[in-house]
Ligand binder design. Sequence first.
Ligand SMILES: [Zn+2]
Length: 500
Amino acid sequence: MAKRILICEFHEETDTFNPEIAQLISFDSGIHAEGEELLLKHRSIPSLFHGIVDAVEEAGGEVVPGISLYSGSAGVVADDVYNLLIERTDHYLKNSGELDGVFLSLHGATVTESINDACGNYIEHIRNIIGRDKVIAAGFDLHANITDRILENADAVCLYQTYPHVDFYETGYRAGKMGMRIIAGEPVVMAATTLPVLVPPSGFTSLESPFKEVIDYGNSLIKDGKILDYSASYVQPWLDIDEIGSTVVVLAEDGDTACRYADDIAEKLFAIKDDCWPDMMSVDEIIDLAEAKETKKPVILADPADSPNGGAVGDSIVVALRLFERGSTLKAGMFVKDPETVEQAFSVGVGNTALFRIGGKITPDVPGPLVAEGRVRLLSDGEFVQEGPAGKGFPCNVGRACVISVGNTDIMVCEKPMSSGDPQILRHFGIEPKLYDLIVVKANTSFRVPYGPIAGEICFADTPGAGASNLKRFKWKNLPKNMYPFDLEEGYKPVKATIR
Ligand SMILES: [Zn+2]
């Protein structure tokens, strides 16, 4: 008889420094679906879920689609959302007949209002219902926080191996394949070790050394038939919680091999941590550079600390504030989230001037607002289409929007920014980046392709925000002791991997 596998999905990358709670609506605008509708949705996209489905079916298994709640990066998840996930998962566990396993598509760095380790909690919940003899396999983001609870309750754990992430499907396929192997009674042993290491996502990529070498090494072990699978995580660092770390997982046919290579990879990952930080400049240094006008083309000030794509709010106004304080005459363009100011602009009307208080109202410890006379240049319903290349043709809606000019600075103000690395978030609103001296881009890596050709220079700013690369800017309250880059003891050696 075909092995029957229930597949569920829960995906949100939490930034605990983002003060806005992620409600069900942010999952509704991602994926919120169940049963056949969910399966149909995933069959048309190269998703992690789709990879699991194909691996199960290739092994002769039968897929039972459950529930998916999928959102992008945001703040802490509302308890209501997690309760819905549990309630609907329980429904499928109870009413799906005999199951041989539950396979999961997860992010892995997800915090709810009540639970720091939502994915571990979810897996443990399922384990308690289905018992020890059924198989749980799960695919995760590379930035997952793989906790003890996850490792104790899952039989196979597989993370993305690319950053920027391009292997969603492949990761699901790996997890599905490992799960089906275990069900078939073939030997699969999982070993793992966790490094007390936080590095900012803007500081490394699998396309370049040194992180690429770790990934290349893992891939070579699989190619040479030494191991079945590996994962090497640098956890998403904006989680102020008491259990957090970067984890290496290896699956092999025997325990000794799994442990040996997990130790090997962990040592390499630990050794490169100092080289995984971005080069950053102060906002003033970047303004100086733009004012010198030697680059001929616009200076792009990248502000990943406030990137909505990365889980931050998008309400920072620090660059406009500095331009204003300096009395700079640079022609500058940017966007900011500020629903209050949008409301005011609509009542002031196009072409009219008023005293505005723009941005800096939501994220704690970010200066602002900018209090200044501004002229309303444009009002908009906020709908635009991405130019890409990533997400080309994808429809976006930033809510109601306006453009306010303060001196030579044009600020697109909107209710809920999205696709912040795509130039259309400015261009569509009449801020043509090519025509400006300085453009603020609130994104991590996505913007490089469209902005590269028009940029005189791309500079990463050391700014505050819920996604700041400079991790020492935050007031950490809950982190465990002995954590890099804060207080890791001199001469620390990674803990030896153990079988999980
Ligand atoms: Zn990620």
